[in-house]
Ligand binder design. Structure first.
Ligand SMILES: *Cc1c(COP(=O)(O)O)cnc(C)c1O
Length: 422
């Protein structure tokens, strides 16, 4: 069973100030989950989670995570700027980008972030642009298929990221030659994994490679970055990740591979996004219309612009009809938004309780890659974001867009003025 972290009473109260649709985040859940991650990796002295900013780029969320000891993983100039505004600097920032523009590298250097290079050619590129920093990281792509227990998890050979095996060995040699002193290694081989074996398997690959690189090039590794990819269970009743089993699996690989190689002081880093936030966000939307044609449609005030995952990946997001949690799910609906795209459906053939106009729906697990993947297609405006604080009060942490935001990038002020009645 997936239960919302808000009650109907709470949402009705909140909608008096802030109309639907909006994303709401659960501070208590975010903090507890972050603490458990740190507990699961407490065996490693230097452990640090660098939250993937792209998952939920909101300064209030970033500050909560900062208080829980997290850094940030950025991939663009604006994510770096946002992190800077939240007080992150130096070794609290990982910069894992690809096809990187000059101004992004320059900002990362200015902030003293750990730069994670995506490609061999970027060594010269970065050196020419602003010099090689004292600590530098490289991203590895082993190619081929990534399998765990005969199950194909993903296809690194088709992924655009990272250095090949031979490139990364030459890369570390070159970086050392150019004066770098401390090194990190990174790989992201599969996304949204629900398996306690993903991180341990990835760790084995990276630890083994780190030992080989140390032998061949003499570089000293300061950290090994397991990146993101630990997933969550979107569908109710399916197996879930156990972060303590995952932490122990990495611990075992560490003790078997790094400790005997004299590398027991290497710090483990993670760049989790989804695992840190997805379950602690809901998209709240109100039922506005019904349509009875060849199927039964429920039309809501949110659309794929507020949550793209179902339209883009056919992703399942659980839906709860607030106040009807205990009613039987004996009606079959497609739950749709209003985009002029037939894939704008939050659910297809979903069994739900009998729905009425005005019912409020909770779309679950939207805390990561939800709001942040939003867009303005069909002139739809981005929603507000609200934080449900530990004391039970609700705080607006991003206002909803208005038409003025939509027009802000045109030199069109006469129209903006007209609709703002100036
Ligand atoms: C997207 C991304 C992450 C976070 O991925 P999740 O699946 O949200 O854990 C971490 N690191 C890099 C480099 C990424 O691109």
């Amino acid at each position: 069973m997936k239960k919302p972290f808000v009650t109907k009473e709470q949402i009705v109260e909140i909608t008096k100030d802030f109309p639907t649709p909006f994303h709401i985040y659960d501070e208590k859940g975010i903090r507890e989950n972050a603490r458990n991650l740190y507990k699961a990796f407490s065996w490693n002295k230097g452990f640090k989670e660098y939250f993937a900013v792209k998952a939920t780029p909101n300064p209030y969320i970033l500050k909560i995570l900062k208080e829980e000891g997290c850094g940030v993983d950025c991939s663009s100039l604006t994510e770096l700027m946002l992190s800077e505004c939240c007080g992150f600097s130096g070794s609290e920032i990982m910069f894992s980008s690809n096809v990187t523009p000059d101004e992004d590298y320059l900002k990362a250097r200015e902030l003293g972030a750990y730069i994670n290079l995506d490609d061999f050619t970027h060594i010269e590129y970065l050196d020419k642009l602003c010099g090689i920093p004292e600590t530098v990281c490289c991203r590895y792509n082993p190619g081929g298929k990534f399998e765990i227990a005969n199950q194909i998890m993903d296809n690194p050979g088709d992924a655009k990221y990272g250095f090949t095996h031979d490139q990364i060995i030459e890369g570390f040699k070159l970086l050392k030659q150019k004066g770098a002193k401390y090194f990190g290694i990174h790989a992201f081989l599969a996304s949204n994994t629900v398996s306690n074996d993903y991180y341990p398997e990835l760790a084995r690959i990276l630890f083994t490679l780190a030992v080989e690189i140390k032998e061949k090039s003499g570089v000293e590794f300061k950290f090994i970055n397991l990146s993101g990819g630990v997933g969550i269970t979107y569908e109710p009743g399916k197996p879930e990740n156990d972060i303590f089993a995952i932490g122990e699996g990495v611990h075992k690989a560490f003790d078997e591979i790094l400790v005997p190689a004299g590398m027991g002081d290497v710090a483990i880093f993670t760049e989790l996004g989804r695992y840190m936030l997805a379950p602690y966000g809901h998209l709240i939307t109100t039922v506005k219309h019904f349509k009875h044609i060849y199927k039964e449609y429920v039309g809501v005030d949110a659309c794929a612009c507020n949550l793209m995952r179902p339209a883009m990946y056919g992703a399942y997001h659980h839906i709860t009809v607030l106040g009807k949690e205990n009613e039987p799910c004996d009606y079959k609906y497609d739950v749709t938004g209003g985009l002029c795209e037939n894939n704008d459906k939050f659910a297809i053939d979903r069994m739900l309780p009998k729905i009425e106009i005005g019912d409020i729906l909770v779309i679950h697990d939207t805390g990561a890659h939800g709001f942040s993947m939003g867009y303005n297609y069909n002139g739809k405006l981005r929603s507000a974001e609200i934080l449900l604080k530990e004391d039970g009060t609700a705080q607006l942490i991003r206002r909803a867009e208005t038409p003025a935001d939509y027009f802000a990038t045109f030199d069109f002020s006469h129209i903006v003025d007209k609709y703002l009645n100036k």
